[in-house]
Ligand binder design. Structure first.
Ligand SMILES: NC(=O)c1ccc[n+]([C@@H]2O[C@H](COP(=O)([O-])OP(=O)(O)OC[C@H]3O[C@@H](n4cnc5c(N)ncnc54)[C@H](O)[C@@H]3O)[C@@H](O)[C@H]2O)c1
Length: 294
């Protein structure tokens, strides 16, 4: 089986490493922050133990866990057939990383990004081989969500695009093909508009966070509401994505919002820190919190 390097071991990188290992691949997981790696490996152990005990993965939890190797730097990259970049939503950081990977990896290695908003063509712009760069946009929490948008940059070759779709199928996820490389691709354009409106309703005192979430759940069959999704994804990540949309001239999709900036300042970063649009008890129970008082 191929080797897959996942760069960035946060909320998304950890989940991606897990599903790729569940698919039978050997995974290398790298992060600049050792604490992220430690926290994420503990999360992967917890999640694979739980999924295995319910018979939801085909190999034992230990087999899957043993396929994931923590690495301190990117020196393994030239030995990998796939590299998936999952670092912060920061265009310069991602571009520099692709430039470095392009210089060190054999031309057969496929370089993919999990960016939420940035066109792949821009991320590949400093590489000599943009034809091997594609988008693989997973949804979180990755072990629970099956969708992956596969994005064709302007210079991505047909062969690399097809291989990327096949790769996503091979790990049991559902690929959706994005044939034109626009900011936000498909799903974040749709959900971004819904979130912008949800935020505006709360900021203007028209509805509470709980009522908007309840409404989308009972009225439109969403599993969880837009604010619950934001708390799971991380308010810091949402703000970075919002700023990125604005920088790309697509700021009408996700509004830069004073409330989100206030939440960031107050450290209300979502479920991972026990407070976001809701408060969370140590056993994970969700408790209403009035964000308009911030
Ligand atoms: N959170 C979501 O729901 C979601 C969904 C889809 C896509 N994304 C995208 O995935 C990417 C990561 O998001 P996340 O939610 O996992 O963020 P996160 O903050 O949880 O994790 C990012 C990780 O990247 C690490 N990192 C930063 N710079 C690095 C570098 N140069 N080299 C190696 N590691 C580095 C950080 O230490 C951190 O552990 C972003 O591009 C984001 O837009 C997020």
């Amino acid at each position: 089986m191929d080797n897959v390097l996942v760069i960035g071991a946060g909320f998304m990188g950890g989940g991606i490493a897990q599903v790729v290992a569940q698919g039978g691949y050997t995974v290398y997981l790298q992060d600049i922050n050792p604490e992220s790696l430690e926290r994420t490996m503990a999360q992967i152990r917890w999640s694979t133990d739980k999924l295995a005990s319910k018979g939801k993965i085909k190999d034992s939890a230990k087999t899957v866990q043993d396929r994931i190797n923590v690495v301190k730097d990117l020196s393994i990259a030239p030995k990998c057939q796939w590299v998936i970049e999952v670092v912060f939503e920061d265009e310069k950081m991602k571009k520099d990383l692709f430039k470095e990977l392009d210089a060190t990896c054999p031309v057969e290695t496929i370089l993919a990004s999990n960016t939420s908003s940035i066109p792949i063509t821009r991320l590949a712009s400093l590489t000599k081989h943009p034809e091997r760069v594609a988008g693989m946009h997973f949804f979180g929490p990755v072990p629970m969500m099956r969708l992956v948008e596969v994005i064709k940059g302007e210079k991505t070759s047909d062969a690399v695009f097809k291989k990327s779709v096949d790769f996503i199928n091979s790990i049991g996820q559902y690929p959706v093909k994005v044939m034109k490389d626009i900011p936000g691709f498909i799903m974040n354009r749709v959900s971004g508009v819904a979130f912008r409106e949800a935020l505006s309703l709360v900021e203007n005192g028209i509805a509470t966070v709980e009522d908007v979430d309840k409404g989308m759940h009972y009225g439109f069959n969403w599993n969880i509401g837009p604010f619950e999704i934001a708390d799971n994804a991380g308010i810091d990540t949402y703000v970075r994505v919002g700023r990125s949309f604005a920088a790309l001239g697509a700021g009408d999709i996700v509004a830069a919002s004073p409330l989100m900036e206030k939440m960031l300042k107050a450290g209300r970063l979502g479920r991972k820190v026990g407070k976001g649009f809701y408060d969370y008890t140590p056993d994970g129970k969700q408790v209403p919190f009035d964000v308009t008082k911030l």
